[in-house]
Design a protein around this ligand. Structure first.
Ligand SMILES: *Cc1c(COP(=O)(O)O)cnc(C)c1O
Length: 361
């Protein structure tokens, strides 16, 4: 055994599709104006942070977390106005919930279907767990290509469909009527991923009881709790009771539970921040639209997608000025020369805009 190199062992033992993967790349961002990851740029007020500090100081971190934090779930139920018969499943971010859903339905030949371009984790997680994946291209304006979707559903009979609503990285909200038709046609489970619900004008939560194959997934990451890693799935207890069997018992730690619960007591503060970001999104959209050589797309999320003549050069020039956004060029062909900027504070947005004006001049 000692004569065998680790590399040889890895090549023999690790699944080929994992060997072929590139690890999810998170760039170093120390010292940058960070507008790349859809984070909320604001902390909560100091008084509330002091309360959180006291809570954390007394937190029983020597104990395992509550595997079923009923009070926290009740807070979420109340915020969403969830009716009886519907439940909440908590995840270590919604990424974990995507994985749990995929594992639950991954019978032999089962297919996970989504649209492209969309959130890359749907496809990555299918690969992680060895599940078949099909991506249906969006229309040129990034709306759902409904005939193509319905044809793919008929052909592939997907066990699981993910639709991000609003979509990432395009920022638009798909037509609710199109999603409705997908829900009525699909024989599998349809998960509407509302990661950006706080910045959008519509939701499928009120419609959960209309469709037996609908679940809605959300996360608090984009609302100011990215560091806590707390996502959740809502839907009928019939579904959630099964999915809960796959959840690792201590998936949400003591500190995230405590802090999230405290922050949700002050949900109005977070929603106020979201309202500010929506307002600043409109302003930045108008400013980008006014630049020559820049095409900006409408957004119901806390980011804007825009196209320039040479995205990689613009991205690098911004980076040289200490501004980090996301370069989508070289990924999906529909995103050629596209960049994505997260809405920051008004000062950050202004610095970004000034730099972009200089670069594109
Ligand atoms: C950011 C994002 C998520 C993941 O959120 P976490 O809860 O931080 O794991 C899920 N779906 C979409 C569409 C996202 O953009």
């Amino acid at each position: 055994m000692s004569s065998v190199s680790a590399a040889a062992l890895v090549n023999r033992l690790i699944r080929p599709e994992i060997l072929a993967l590139h690890a999810y790349h998170v760039p170093v961002s120390d010292g940058f104006i960070k507008l790349d990851a859809m984070e909320n740029p604001y902390l909560v007020p100091q008084t509330l942070r002091d309360e959180i500090a006291a809570l954390v100081a007394n937190a029983p971190v020597n104990r395992y977390p509550d595997p079923n934090p009923v009070a926290l779930k009740q807070q979420i139920r109340d915020l969403l106005n969830l009716p009886e018969g519907m439940d909440v499943l908590l995840g270590n971010g919604s990424d974990e919930i995507i994985q749990l859903l995929a594992m639950a339905v991954n019978q032999p030949n089962a297919t996970l279907l989504s649209v492209e371009p969309s959130f890359v984790m749907y496809k990555m997680i299918a690969t992680f767990i060895g599940m078949r994946y099909v991506g249906v291209p969006l229309a040129a304006d990034f709306s759902l290509d409904l005939p193509a979707m319905l044809a793919a559903i008929a052909r592939e009979q997907p066990a699981l469909i993910f639709l991000a609503y609003p979509n990432n990285p395009t920022g638009n909200l798909f037509s609710a009527a199109d999603i409705e038709q997908i829900l009525r046609t699909a024989t599998g489970l349809v998960v509407v991923d509302e990661a950006y619900y706080a910045f959008a004008d519509d939701s499928f939560v009120p419609r959960l009881s209309e469709f037996p194959n609908l679940l809605v997934m959300r996360t608090f990451s984009k609302l100011g709790m990215a560091g806590l890693r707390l996502g959740f799935l809502v839907g009928s207890t019939t579904w959630l009771n099964e999915l809960d069997k796959l959840r690792l018992p201590y998936n949400v730690g003591v500190l995230p539970q405590l802090v999230a619960s405290k922050l949700l007591d002050h949900h109005d503060v977070l929603l106020q921040q979201a309202a500010q970001l929506k307002q600043d999104r409109s302003a930045l959209l108008a400013q980008l639209a006014a630049l020559s050589g820049v095409q900006v797309f409408p957004s119901q999320a806390n980011f804007l997608l825009f196209r320039v003549k040479n995205a990689t050069a613009v991205f690098n020039a911004l980076k040289a000025r200490n501004i980090l956004i996301k370069n989508l060029n070289g990924g999906h062909p529909a995103l050629s020369n596209c960049l994505r900027v997260t809405i920051g504070t008004p000062a950050e947005n202004a610095q970004f805009l000034t730099a972009l004006e200089e670069i594109c001049r």
